[in-house]
Design a protein around this ligand. Structure first.
Ligand code: PSU
Ligand code: MN
Length: 333
């Protein structure tokens, strides 16, 4: 990376935030991460940047659809005037923005890449491993370089039976302490949606549904839960992010975008497959961080690929809206 564009990106970051950025405070941290030239340039010039996670690539979809989707999502972000920053750890180096070769390498490694949540970052870096970042780990790195908008498919949440298993995704804790706006299609019904919304409130995360009064359930527009708040345009979202930043609040934002209408009829089929996959996970004693990838793959098998097609459609839609939000935010500044 060009070191002068990198250092101006870094000074821009510290101007954007009202506190000393971790990178500025610690030069060693700077040498630990790699920012792509495009992302660095965009941050330096206050242009719209959209962070993208990589567990969705390694563990959320099979190869080669994962690679194709990752590339298409990056193209959608570019076509809508923002710069994509896919985040992953390659050979122990956290990378903010992947080039084509890196994206291909990550996608083809599939599940042999370590699923990296916040707690796993140190292990992957220390062992010079390859890690695909979940929402929680992606939030950590995006915040380190001052990115304010992050697009994914769905976030993790409070699992059903969490009262026995204590399985609550670290995504929720990370959202509670990272002032970044995450754009997702809500959360999957494999999770306990009412409990997840309660937990997000406890963590002081602002949650709004996009052009809807109801919180969406990933494959369907309806979860049966009223959304805590509602936003109706990218500009609405940008103003919320701007207020959150100016008030220097520590917590993040979740914008929940319903799946596009033409893909939601498949919702009922996917829901019954989900129930079956949940039963199988319990019978096979699949728990912890293996549960979400198991359920995603099993539901896709049971629906003959219908859930994958819907998943791809909603991720692309989130990328479109997330980019519009990032552009609207850059125009406010
Ligand atoms: N939800 C989805 N698809 C996904 C994930 C969640 O609909 O691919 C991934 C995201 O990377 C999320 C992670 O951060 O799973 C949550 O995993 P866990 O439930 O183990 O916290
Ligand atoms: Mn978990």
């Amino acid at each position: 990376m060009d070191s002068s564009s990198s250092s101006s990106a870094l000074s821009r970051i510290s101007n954007l935030q009202n506190h000393i950025s971790p990178l500025e405070a610690n030069n060693k941290l700077r040498s630990l991460i790699k920012i792509s030239p495009q992302v660095s340039e965009a941050i330096s010039n206050g242009r719209a940047v959209v962070a993208l996670e990589s567990t969705i690539i390694s563990h959320g979809m099979p190869y080669p659809q994962n690679l194709q989707t990752a590339k298409e999502v990056e193209s959608i972000v570019r076509e809508n005037g923002a710069v994509p920053a896919t985040i992953a750890i390659l050979n122990g180096v956290p990378c903010i923005g992947l080039n084509e070769e890196e994206l291909e390498r990550l996608a083809s490694m599939g599940k042999s890449v370590q699923k990296t949540a916040g707690r796993d970052i140190v292990h992957v870096v220390a062992t010079r491993g390859n890690g695909a970042t979940t929402v929680s780990a992606t939030l950590f790195f995006a915040s380190m370089v001052g990115i304010q908008v992050f697009v994914t498919g769905g976030i993790g949440g409070v699992h059903r039976h969490a009262n026995q298993t204590m399985d609550i995704s670290s995504d929720l804790i990370a959202l509670g302490r990272t002032p970044i706006a995450v754009v997702s299609a809500g959360i999957k019904s494999i999770l306990d949606i009412p409990k997840t919304l309660e937990y997000l409130e406890t963590q002081e995360v602002y949650v709004a549904a996009y052009k809807s009064d109801e919180f969406p359930a990933f494959f369907t527009e309806k979860s049966g839960c009223k959304a805590p708040s509602r936003v109706d345009s990218p500009e609405d979202c940008a103003r919320v992010i701007d207020a959150n930043t100016k008030l220097n609040r520590h917590a993040g934002i979740l914008f929940a975008v319903p799946i596009p209408k033409q893909h939601s009829p498949a919702g009922n089929l996917i829901e019954s497959a989900t129930q079956r996959a949940l039963t199988e996970a319990r019978e096979q004693n699949i728990t912890g961080n293996a549960e979400t990838p198991f359920l995603l793959a099993r539901v896709n098998e049971l629906t003959g690929g219908t859930s994958l097609a819907a998943n791809i459609a909603l991720v692309k839609n989130n990328a479109l809206i997330g980019s519009q939000i990032a552009v609207a935010l850059s125009q406010l500044k």
